[in-house]
Design a protein around this ligand. Structure first.
Ligand code: SF4
Length: 214
């Protein structure tokens, strides 16, 4: 199977199996999504969803969070990874949203990455989830699964390289969905240490499986 066929099989399978994939982070507006995505770095969505209800109740808007104290925010997020840095990022990004963006989460990728704690990956998640833009956020699941499937070259070293290869081959209308497809498959089936190949539904276009069978 060549690369073109593999990508076609990938889109064909997932658009039928998961036509409307969603992020597993709970949020109800753009500000909450940015906060949840920043908190989710190197942490699980399950853990983030446990802390955000109280956090969003205490600080429902950027204005409230910008006026909050480090101690108050830290206390509410202390169970996530790197709470110290993340509390500083939440204060910083809230202040910047108030000072530079009129209290609204910016819509452009180039503006989002100016916010403290928001890198390329986080900005890609935000624009793809909120605005269905063809941005591919490459986290550890996307990186691993796209390589195992053979969608990207085995020699791809960085998330940016993987992102570019995926975006080049996936039809634009499916890029924002493909991000979720790869994450969810990596989270529940194609696990890092022990991929569940026996119960996997996409062995028919998986390069890793081809090699196992060879
Ligand atoms: S066959 Fe195995 S390696 Fe390939 S996608 Fe499925 S779980 Fe992952």
């Amino acid at each position: 199977m060549n690369k073109k066929e593999r990508f076609e099989a990938f889109v064909s399978y997932f658009k039928e199996a998961f036509p409307e994939p969603q992020t597993e982070l709970n949020y109800s507006n753009p500000f909450e999504l940015v906060v949840a995505v920043v908190l989710s770095a190197q942490c699980t969505d399950v853990r983030i969803n446990k802390v955000t209800p109280a956090l969003f109740e205490a600080f429902p808007t950027p204005k409230h969070m910008a006026q909050g104290s480090f101690e108050e925010i830290f206390e509410l997020i202390r169970s996530v990874s790197y709470p110290n840095n993340k509390a500083k990022h939440l204060m910083g990004l809230s202040k910047m949203i108030m000072d530079d963006f009129g209290g609204e989460v910016p819509e452009k990728h180039e503006d989002l990455i100016k916010l403290p704690g928001v890198g390329r990956k986080t900005a890609n998640v935000v624009v793809s989830v909120l605005y269905n833009q063809p941005a591919m956020a490459v986290d550890t699941h996307v990186f691993r699964v796209s390589k195992r499937l053979g969608l990207v070259t085995q020699t791809a070293k960085s998330p940016l390289e993987v992102e570019k290869q995926l975006v080049r081959h996936i039809p634009e209308e499916y890029v924002h969905k493909a991000h979720h497809w790869l994450i969810l498959h990596g989270r529940y089936v194609c696990l890092a240490r022990s991929p569940k190949c026996i119960e996997c539904k996409i062995t028919h276009f998986c390069r890793y499986w081809e090699k196992l069978e060879a």
